[in-house]
Write a protein that binds this ligand. Sequence first.
Ligand code: 5GP
Length: 183
Amino acid sequence: MADFRARVKLKPLIRHAAIRNRVLAVARQITRDFRGRRVHLVGVLKGSCIFLADLVREIDLETSIDFIAVSSYGRGKESSGQVRLLKDLDSNIAGLNVILVEDILDTGLTLNYLLRVLRQRKPKTLRVAALLDKPSRRIRKVRTDYIGFRIPDEFVVGYGLDYAERYRNLKDVCVLQLPPAAV
Ligand code: 5GP
């Protein structure tokens, strides 16, 4: 069977070892910032699942986890610009120290929407951890607290990020280049 990578060009942008080091540094920062308190991580499905799984295991505090799912991209590479809530949280976040865990910040529309939704539920504190940030694409101004890497305006996959639900399992974050016929 042909290698599944052969159909597209995948250029490693951030290697797994660098991701691991950075995730460790972010987790240490969170541990320092919330010393003695519990943090409630809210992962944005599905892209953040691998980042969250690695991050939470390095946080040396009492933690709890929940997930929320939104859709803005469908199957393609461009945002529809409209955010829809696909799956709500399982539990109440009132009074909790919430950290929203995102895979990537692009236009800022998704994060802007999610912060509005979560703020209405009166968490004690609300912070944002994003693995990747593409600042050049920002349309909405959003506050972020923990950023893994700033990257250029490229479409990336791997370490949880997909293209049409594929490539989430790649260990590195890679730039995806589709053959002209597939674009
Ligand atoms: P925003 O609302 O900030 O434009 O987009 C955020 C969401 O778009 C991310 O959570 C992610 O699902 C998707 N996204 C943005 N840029 C990329 C990218 O380069 N690769 C992938 N796979 N998804 C992206």
